[in-house]
Write a protein that binds this ligand. Structure first.
Ligand code: SF4
Ligand code: SF4
Length: 426
């Protein structure tokens, strides 16, 4: 594919040599991690295609949209409401990066003890290898954790189109009012960017489009309650990752098609692993493309992942926005209600998340929880201790891991994960 897209990548200002290296690593990792799996649902071929064209055809589509006057908005967090972006005639793409790149340059700008996710977002900018970032007309940062909050001050010097959204840290009346105020400010910024005012009709349609996408992914996730699991955790994570990049309507159709196939598999008792395979819930930090390290370790160690309590997973997609509002004001209230329920560890206190993890363990019949923390991520690593304690009180085994995007600790992690799976098997 590369030859067809090279001039597009050059126009976007990418460093073609560095970009070739990235695509080579991505292609190999995909081959080894995904295409080597056994008994995959046929519908995953759609996602194989999307991934093979993730910097090609999808970027071409975005460039065509731009040529037709549409704007592209890049985001690093699930608090950025896609409903408002679509209603203002723009397209939202996820920018959260899941691989180390240009680390030497990154560590000249950020302290070494910054989480891999933040470093990666800088690495993709400094290394000039992300066509999503380069095609974005607006990049939205948000004041969530301290790392991101301060890093955006530096990112603002590297890009000329950064918009920073403030977010509450406490779920209170004041917190909700802040979120609503920020969504109204964001709406005005989008309208200014696109020159398109948000109307009741455009917002209603956008809410419906995003709800359909979330409903399709809910359907997929709920089918993982079956034993044997009809889809691997790796493939389900991939669908959750593509959620952030793909055209919304096409994504919804493709996920629903896979769900039809998985329902048939469940009827016929066909799984990707045998019945009775230990079932793991992964909880914690987001796993952005191409961060497939933990599921690869778990699913090559005799267990299956049946759910992700994560922003790239159920925390990010779980609630729908009420569709009953008739005015823009009423619809924005519904959007605030929906996003206000996201139980990110930046909130204090954050007991909803504990309750949700326990609900997910029950719903997905998980035998144990692996808490996934990125090194130096204070919110999630701090919160992993009360999570483990609460689970232990309910006799639910929990393994807390801290890692980064490097592959140096794979052997050590595999040993710990295998021991955990043995413990579950009892
Ligand atoms: S973990 Fe928190 S900061 Fe990160 S994407 Fe999720 S909501 Fe946003
Ligand atoms: S992983 Fe943790 S430290 Fe990193 S951006 Fe997310 S909340 Fe912040």
């Amino acid at each position: 594919m590369s030859e067809n897209y090279r001039s597009m990548w050059t126009d976007l200002g990418l460093d073609l040599d560095a970009h070739d290296v990235l695509l080579g690593v991505l292609g190999n990792a995909y081959q080894e991690t995904f295409l080597s799996q056994k008994a995959r649902p046929e519908g995953m071929s759609y996602f194989d295609f999307v991934m093979s064209e993730v910097h090609g055809l999808r970027i071409k589509e975005l460039m065509d949209e731009k040529a037709a006057g549409r704007k592209i908005v890049g985001s690093y967090c699930v608090f950025v409401p896609e409903e408002l972006v679509l209603a203002a005639n723009a397209t939202l793409v996820g920018l959260c990066s899941g691989a180390d790149f240009a680390m030497e340059e990154v560590e000249r700008l950020l302290p070494r003890n910054t989480c891999a996710l933040i470093k990666s977002s800088f690495g993709f900018k400094l290394g000039k290898v992300c066509p999503y970032l380069e095609s974005a007309d607006m990049i939205v940062g948000e004041n969530t954790c301290d790392g991101k909050k301060k890093a955006y001050e530096s990112l603002g010097l590297l890009v000329d189109n950064l918009y920073v959204m403030d977010l509450p840290q406490v779920k209170s009346e004041t917190g909700r009012a802040l979120l609503k105020g920020e969504y109204l400010r964001f709406k005005a910024a989008l309208e200014e960017l696109t020159g398109v005012p948000i109307t009741p009709e455009s917002l209603r349609k956008a809410i419906h489009t995003v709800n359909a996408k979330r409903a399709a992914i809910h359907r997929l996730l709920s089918l993982r309650q079956a034993d044997p699991a009809p889809i691997s955790g790796l493939d389900a994570l991939l669908a959750n990752q593509v959620f952030f990049y793909d055209n919304p309507e096409r994504f919804t159709d493709s996920v629903n098609k896979i769900c039809d196939e998985l329902e048939k598999r469940i009827q016929d008792n066909i799984g990707v692993f045998p019945t009775g395979t230990p079932r793991i819930l992964v909880s914690g930090c987001p796993q952005a493309v191409p961060n497939w390290k933990l599921p690869m370790i778990v699913e090559t160690s005799g267990a299956v992942i049946v759910g992700e309590e994560s922003c790239v997973g159920e925390r990010g997609t779980r609630n729908l926005t009420a569709e009953s509002g008739q005015t823009v004001e009423a619809m924005i209230e519904a959007i605030v209600d929906r996003y206000y329920q996201v139980d990110c560890a930046i909130f204090t206190p954050n007991s909803d998340r504990l309750a949700h993890i326990e609900e997910m363990v029950a719903a997905y019949k998980a035998d144990g929880v692996i808490h996934y923390g990125l090194q130096f991520c204070q919110p999630y690593i701090m919160e992993s201790i009360p999570v483990e304690k609460a689970l232990e009180e309910k006799n639910i085994p929990c393994l807390r891991i801290e890692t980064d995007y490097g592959m140096e600790d794979v052997g050590q992690l595999k040993t710990r994960v295998e021991a955990f799976i043995e413990q579950i098997k009892g």
